[in-house]
Design a binder for this molecule. Structure first.
Ligand code: NAD
Ligand code: IPM
Ligand code: MN
Length: 352
């Protein structure tokens, strides 16, 4: 029997709640499909930071390298500044394991009411390919001069040819397997260095993919059009920051942050990829037992798909879509129900 070793980092807040609720469902899907997953749980997160002054051990990233995949819940705690926790755990893993493709599907499922008037099941179905290792998150040469009259802070962005080409190529490849439509999002009217470079690289890479039709949008217009005409998007490619922002819009127009899955993918076998829900640690609902576990289950589906275990991936995805389409099934408050995290997970388990 095939077996996979998965590192599980529940992290903070509802990250722990959704990871714990999803795990039995995920293990059952694996068993049904004839393989096993061995999970190693890491207590990395803000509790550890408050206790020992570090989010993860110094060799944390190296310890993840031996795993087939990594699953992460969420990071962020009201008692510690976010830039400390995120730069101590999530962001260094994405970068250190060179997970340069952040893949975020946005699908409006049957049984989910979009806030957009007139949009029904299947009307929204696009995937964002977010650059995940550089861009506005590179923090090269950052400086603060604080504590005097004219304080300054410098936050640079780094766009390399290698980094831009490889995310563009990944997005074009995805478009050839979908509807052949790619939207590249920049701000090249204002950001005349980085974004003009991005536009030029995308134009060059597009020559390798003559069957893909390319649309260019400025990010402000894209924010508008994701709300005005989301049905026209297929594959979206964007920088680290723009991809981050636009995927929260994507989550909301498809129902909830609690439904949005994500993969931080390192294509190839050199490093493991890491899967996680798009949402954060949600301090406003932590401990209430109402966090939606579906984004986490869908992220596990993406993880199984990445391992080539398509039967288990499909079983999880189908269990979620069946549950959402079933009016009598339990659902969490974010999508209009009153059920708890555990009820939703137990119902999913019974659908496998
Ligand atoms: P958030 O995603 O945690 O929450 C935004 C809103 O969505 C909240 O109202 C929350 O209750 C709701 N929500 C999120 N996930 C939900 C779920 N599964 N079910 C039901 N409702 C859900 O974003 P935020 O409030 O901006 O950030 C909170 C903390 O999380 C901060 O510390 C932030 O830095 C961190 N964060 C971490 C990640 C990550 O680990 N990948 C992502 C985003 C934010
Ligand atoms: C996400 C989050 C992170 C990001 C934050 C918490 C650093 O918003 O995964 O979308 O910006 O990538
Ligand atoms: Mn985000």
């Amino acid at each position: 029997m095939d077996s996979y070793e998965i590192a599980v980092i529940p992290g903070d807040g509802i990250g722990v709640e959704v990871v714990d609720a999803a795990l039995p469902v995920v293990e059952a899907a694996a068993a049904d499909a004839g393989f096993e997953i061995g999970t190693t749980r890491f207590d990395w997160g803000t509790e550890r930071y408050l206790d020992r002054g570090e989010m993860m051990p110094d060799d944390g990233i190296d310890r993840l390298r031996g795993f087939d995949s990594v699953f992460l819940g969420a990071v962020g705690h009201p008692e510690v500044p976010d830039h400390v926790t995120l730069h101590g755990l999530l962001l260094p893993i994405r970068k250190g394991l060179d997970q340069y493709v952040c893949k975020r599907p946005n699908v409006l499922f049957e049984g989910i009411e979009s806030p957009l008037r007139g949009y029904g099941p299947g009307d929204v179905d696009f995937v964002v390919y977010r650059e995940n290792t550089e861009g506005e998150y590179a923090s090269v040469g950052g400086r603060e001069h604080r504590g005097f009259d004219h304080e300054t802070a410098v936050q640079s962005a780094l766009f390399t040819r290698r980094g831009t080409e490889r995310i563009a190529r990944a997005a074009f490849e995805a478009a050839t397997e979908r509807e052949g439509h790619l939207t590249s999002i920049t701000k090249s009217n204002a950001q005349a260095h980085s974004m003009v470079f991005w536009d030029d690289v995308v134009a060059e890479v597009s020559e390798e993919f003559p069957s893909v039709d390319v649309e260019r949008l400025l990010v402000d217009a894209a924010a508008m059009d994701l709300i005005r005409r989301p049905h026209e998007f297929d594959v979206v490619v964007a920088s680290n920051l723009f991809g981050d922002i636009l995927t929260d819009i994507g989550a909301q127009i498809t129902g909830s942050m609690g439904l949005a899955p994500s993969g931080n993918v390192h294509p190839g076998d050199a490093n493991p990829s890491m899967f996680e829900p798009v949402h954060g640690s949600a301090p406003d609902i932590v401990g209430d037992g109402v966090a939606n576990p579906l984004a986490t289950v869908l992220s596990w589906s993406m993880l199984f798909d990445d391992l080539g275990e398509t039967a288990a991936a499909d079983a999880l995805w189908t269990a979620v879509t069946d549950q959402l389409a079933d009016e009598s099934a339990p659902r969490t408050p974010d999508i209009g129900g009153s059920a708890g995290t555990g009820n939703v997970a137990a119902d999913l388990r019974s659908r496998l």
